[in-house]
Write a protein that binds this ligand. Sequence first.
Ligand code: ZN
Length: 224
Amino acid sequence: MFILDETSPLVNSMRVNAANIYWNNLYTSACTLGSPFPGATYRNIGYPNLDSLIYWEGNLLASIFGVNPAILIINDWQSPNAFAYWGVTDPRFYGTIYLGIRLLYDELFSMDKGVLAVVGIMAHEFAHILQWKYQSQLIGKYRELHADFLAGYYLGVKNYILYRDLCAFASSLFTKGDYNFWNPDHHGTPQQRVAAMNMGYGLGKSGSEINKAYLKGDEIIRGF
Ligand SMILES: [Zn+2]
């Protein structure tokens, strides 16, 4: 059984078939799953540049966040998205991150937002794994904004972007709004997401350790 841990499906299960329930559940969810992704998963996307980015960035994220989730690729053709799942799908890893082919390749990597947007989304999903590790009490959009805060932290630690460019980047990423990853009902408004990412970025630039950044972010986001 496929269970979402943050929202209920909007569809009437008596009136639609199993496939539609499944896709409507995905479409109305935030980006954490309460059970393993029920569809097919893949090890690679099949675009070498993007696959190597995911591989290398995944290793860097694992070392900085101190968690080591499995990274699996899914076919998100109906609803571009990425998900974090706390459960273990491979005993060599802690938790699982599912990255959608369409979200990463069609929506980001091959278009204007590029590498940094892929990195930002990966960092956001890694942050959800860290929240499970520390048993975060945040729920709903606060949990999402905390993940944005920690994605900003990662971009700051890695010096991937100048502060003066970060706001424009975050605005561009979070105002996309077409699909679930950017749905303000689940993830906070674009303005809140930009603010959360900016504050996390500042902490990353200041050299704060991940554990301290995690707690500081929790405190800040509770005040949103
Ligand atoms: Zn999320």
